[in-house]
Design a protein around this ligand. Structure first.
Ligand code: PLP
Length: 438
């Protein structure tokens, strides 16, 4: 009864982000969630499913954490909001900036807050360009990102997104964005030399491409990128929106790549999704240069930059991640998940590559393992529907050529829950082979 009423209202009034709008109109929502606990979500029909995607790669600490609700409630009762514009400040934002500076790799040490990841990336592009204006090199304005990347949906973030359907969604993009091949640093060098290093402000990359299908970078890729950036005076931005706060088995993904960025963007896992928050961490050098060279106003900021409630939630969330060793758990459980999928791969012909790091895992679907031949039409949507029936939510890569599933469960997942995910997926693969490919 309630489900039907809500579904009708949903169809009539709720435009869902990144959704198949026509299909949504016909079928309505697949789940209307009502509560969550650990890796599980429950819906209006009483179905209990494993949130194999941490919702949107972000519920790192898992669902139903009372401590986070309490941190939000306490802060809202004492000071729900105040601006951090200009010279105003507040304690949660100050303490969180210091905490993130402390956790961030190397020389990264000063934080600019936003409300989410797209804003964090747009902020990084603007700060990079402003930096070069202050340095007397205003012609350095081009931003290079990578094919197959995802950086969000604000105008700059979309313009930097390498997944072409996102750019084609609109018919006019921000200028001065360019793309290098994601598989080789030589492609970046070639593009820099072709465009002229004196015109390039920054390079941005995800340590592991997420929405593009979970693609780790080739070995030594980021070391070479760092060298090229140093050689040509280009700022290196790491987009750690997914990989930050424990997801890949270390606090930040770049820690495993042997390269230190000049700016690092974060969002999602910083609050485990319990409150909207994002930001950019700047290197000490950049921060000092800004302080030294700028005698005007830093004309960039959002109403919710440094939101006290979001920052209070983030502080509590980071404490949970550290106290419970969730990044170590991500490394251990991530290995189990990958090895489990590899065992299924050995038993079944339709699993191609199994790839990823920590609890960020991609599973490729192929017609034939030997030749890596793909199906003429994608099979991932069938597998997702089958998984949902069996109590697991995962996601497919719906862009471009790939036929793959991605998994990113909460970092608190247990060994038994990992085994359940693997078991469900094997059943789904069997169903694919027996029902669709027979
Ligand atoms: N960057 C990366 C790597 C992402 O995966 C995302 C979102 O999925 C974003 C940026 C955009 O973040 P938001 O959706 O919070 O704006």
């Amino acid at each position: 009864q309630k489900t039907q009423e809500l579904a009708a209202l949903d169809k009539a009034h709720f435009i869902h982000p990144t959704s198949p709008i026509k299909q949504q109109q016909e079928h309505g929502p697949s789940f209307i969630f009502t509560e969550g606990k650990g890796v599980y979500l429950k819906d209006t029909n009483g179905n209990k499913v494993i949130d194999g995607m941490s919702s949107l790669w972000n519920v790192n600490a898992g669902h139903g954490r009372k401590e986070l609700a309490e941190a939000a409630s306490e802060q809202m009762k004492t000071l729900a909001f105040t601006s951090s514009f200009s010279t105003f400040s507040n304690e949660p934002a100050i303490r969180l900036a210091a905490k993130i500076a402390d956790l961030s790799p190397g020389e990264l040490s000063a934080v600019f807050f936003t409300s989410g990841g797209s804003e964090a990336n747009d902020t990084a592009y603007k700060l990079a360009r402003h930096y070069w204006i202050l340095k007397g090199k205003p012609e350095k304005k081009k931003i290079i990102s990578r094919n197959n990347s995802y950086h969000g949906v604000a105008m700059g973030a979309t313009s930097a997104t390498g997944l072409k359907p996102f750019r084609d969604f609109t018919n006019s993009l921000a200028p001065d964005f360019y793309f290098a091949n994601s598989q080789s640093a030589a492609s970046f060098r070639h593009l820099v030399e072709q465009e002229g290093p004196e015109t390039i402000a920054a390079f941005i990359a995800e340590p592991i491409q997420g929405a593009g299908g979970v693609h780790p970078a080739p070995e030594n890729y980021f070391k070479e990128i760092r060298q090229i950036c140093d050689e040509y005076g280009i700022l290196f931005i790491a987009d750690e929106v997914i990989t930050g706060f424990g997801r890949t088995g270390t606090m930040f993904g770049m820690e495993q790549e042997g390269a230190e960025p000049d700016m690092m963007c974060f969002a999602k896992g910083v609050t485990s999704g319990y409150a909207p928050l994002g930001g950019v961490v700047l290197s000490k050098k950049m921060h000092n240069d800004f302080k030294k060279l700028s005698d005007g106003v830093l004309l960039h900021g959002y109403t919710y930059s440094g939101h006290p409630m979001s920052c209070a939630v983030a502080l509590e969330n980071i404490e949970i991640i550290e106290k419970e060793g969730l990044q170590e758990n991500a490394a251990i459980r991530g290995k189990e998940l990958t090895q489990g999928f590899k065992a299924v791969q050995a038993r079944r012909n339709t699993i191609g590559e199994v790839r990823g790091k920590g609890l960020m895992v991609g599973l490729e679907i192929v017609k034939d393992q030997g030749s890596q031949e793909k199906f003429p039409t994608k099979q991932a949507p069938f597998l997702i529907a089958e998984a949902a029936k069996r109590g697991l939510i995962c996601r497919s890569v719906v862009f471009g050529e790939q036929d793959a599933l991605v998994f990113a469960p909460p970092l608190c997942i247990t060994k038994e829950e990992v085994e359940k995910v693997i078991e469900i997926m094997e059943d789904c693969i069997v169903a694919l082979e027996e029902q669709v490919l027979k």
